[in-house]
Design a protein around this ligand. Structure first.
Ligand SMILES: *Cc1c(COP(=O)(O)O)cnc(C)c1O
Length: 214
């Protein structure tokens, strides 16, 4: 099946209010172009070094919106602010403060998702819920940050029912904080995430296939 056939099938299942982020890491500019020609505008990348040449290759498509979904290193913050419109993976107050400061210098405002860890998972970053609540007043006072929502990645060891519980916890916390968006759900659990209130699903392999360039 081509990317186009796959995306048509997925779009048919998306309720209104749920946005599709096509996570294009490891895939070619041409695959991105194919989807863009089909109307898909939101693309996700997890490495700045990979994203920059791809964006250059796609310069003519100036309506694309770029979402950073990877682990964000301190020394990459300026580059990400310059090249991206959204960050899904902000996992500490110090990182938020740095994004705020550099965004002011660059005269930019990105849409920011805060990554939350609802279960212990040494392989993943994210705020613990209590840490987020404790720091909330400081976080919302930061300038040049458009806080749009929460992001969660369930540990791969969870079965689908446990993932649903985690997605539900994420939705409840976002509601409690007055945040509209939840970025949750990937290729193998996006339907469950939508049932629990995702507003952004992040699909890679389901859209592009499993074969990566690198
Ligand atoms: C790679 C990636 C995805 C897409 O994963 P698939 O399982 O291929 O759909 C989604 N979110 C993040 C943060 C990723 O790094």
């Amino acid at each position: 099946m081509t990317e186009i056939a796959r995306i048509n099938e997925i779009m048919d299942c998306l309720p209104s209010g749920v946005n599709l982020l096509a996570v294009s890491k490891g895939h070619s500019p041409q695959s991105i172009r194919n989807l863009a020609n089909h109307g898909q505008l939101d693309f996700g990348e997890s490495r700045l070094q990979e994203a920059i040449p791809k964006k250059n290759n796609l310069k003519d498509l100036d309506q694309l919106r770029w979402h950073f979904v990877g682990k964000l290193q301190k020394n990459k913050v300026r580059g990400v602010i310059k090249a991206f419109d959204f960050i899904h993976s902000v996992d500490s107050v110090s990182l938020l403060e740095r994004i705020s400061r550099i965004s002011q210098e660059e005269n930019k405002v990105l849409s920011i998702f805060i990554q939350v860890k609802f279960k212990e998972d040494p392989s993943k970053g994210g705020f613990l819920k209590q840490d987020l609540l404790n720091n909330w007043s400081k976080i919302i006072s930061l300038k040049n940050i458009h806080l749009t929502g929460l992001m969660a990645i369930p540990p791969i060891t969870l079965d689908l029912n446990q993932r649903k519980d985690l997605f539900c916890e994420c939705r409840n916390l976002a509601n409690h904080l007055g945040l509209k968006d939840c970025s949750m759900g990937m290729s193998d659990d996006w339907k469950e995430a939508i049932e629990e209130g995702a507003t952004w699903i992040r699909l890679g392999s389901l859209l592009f296939g499993n074969l990566r360039l690198n």
